[in-house]
Design a protein around this ligand. Structure first.
Ligand code: PGA
Length: 264
């Protein structure tokens, strides 16, 4: 039975004090559900203090970024190797990193492999821009992003990774157009079919597929009910404990209504 996975991507918001306050509020607002895993992705600076504060049955931590070499003379970087005891997950290839920090397909592939090598589950983000969408290039772009990112992985590795479809046009800080559930389902099913072709049915079935972009308490349940949607990456709405708790509650509700999806 598959769990739902909800990631709060705090981006470059909240200093360590404010991060700690938000975690405190989330602790008392979000119940522990076996069928819903809740993951917080604070800034790099807050990972260490929050790792001591969180109840790990309730929340897991994710890094927003790291460098793919394990160690060396790379001033200013932090490696996946350094993060391995702190985080369960790492967001890789978010569109903001691809667009603002020029992360190429190859860099995303190296980072995905480095996360896996260090026992961290990569949440590989893929997505089309509004221009690519209007030119009818969405599937080609997503195909290239998915196939390059997973290139160095085995089918066993793939069973444990997460891929998030984040249409850039739906991310609040870019165009913020609310994606229709049918748009999301169409692309998630396509991504699963790519993995099926490359790595077989088991890997395609096991890996988790998320939706990202404008997920909020009003839109969440519509996405979580989709056959290929195993959860979400939440940006803006994860900074408010009430709206993030409402999104987690929506995931639980969908699981509860469809016991085949994970039951309690
Ligand atoms: P958003 O961001 O929820 O604010 O649209 C999602 C993301 O960028 O991960």
């Amino acid at each position: 039975m598959k769990k739902k996975l909800i990631i709060g991507n705090w981006k470059m918001h909240l200093n360590t004090h404010d991060a700690s306050v938000l975690v405190h509020r989330l602790h008392i607002t979000i119940p522990v559900h076996r069928s819903v895993e809740v993951v917080l992705a604070p800034s790099m600076l807050s990972l260490q203090p929050l790792s001591l504060e969180i109840d790990r049955r309730q929340f897991k931590l994710a890094a927003q970024n790291a460098y793919y070499k394990d160690e060396g003379a790379f001033t200013g970087e932090v490696s996946y190797d350094m993060l391995r005891d702190l985080v369960h997950y790492a967001i890789v290839g978010h569109s903001e990193r691809r667009i603002y920090f020029n992360e190429t397909l190859e860099v995303v592939r190296e980072k995905t492999a480095a996360a896996v090598r260090n026992g961290i589950v990569p949440i590989v983000c893929v997505g089309d821009t509004s221009q690519e969408r209007s030119e009818g290039e969405s599937k080609r772009v997503v195909h290239d992003q998915v196939t390059t990112a997973v290139q160095n992985l085995t089918s066993e590795d793939i069973s444990n990774i997460v891929i998030a479809y984040e249409p850039v046009w739906a991310i609040t800080t870019f165009d913020g157009v609310v994606a229709k559930p049918s748009d999301i389902q169409d692309m998630l099913a396509y991504i699963r079919s790519i993995i099926l072709d490359l790595y077989g049915a088991q890997a395609a079935e096991d890996m988790l597929l998320l939706n990202g972009g404008s997920v909020n308490p009003d839109t969440a349940a519509g996405y979580f009910s989709l056959p290929d949607c195993d959860g979400a990456i939440v940006g803006g709405a994860s900074l408010n404990y009430k709206s993030f708790a409402a999104i987690v509650a929506a995931a639980y509700q969908v699981q509860h209504e469809n016991p085949d999806n994970g039951g309690q």
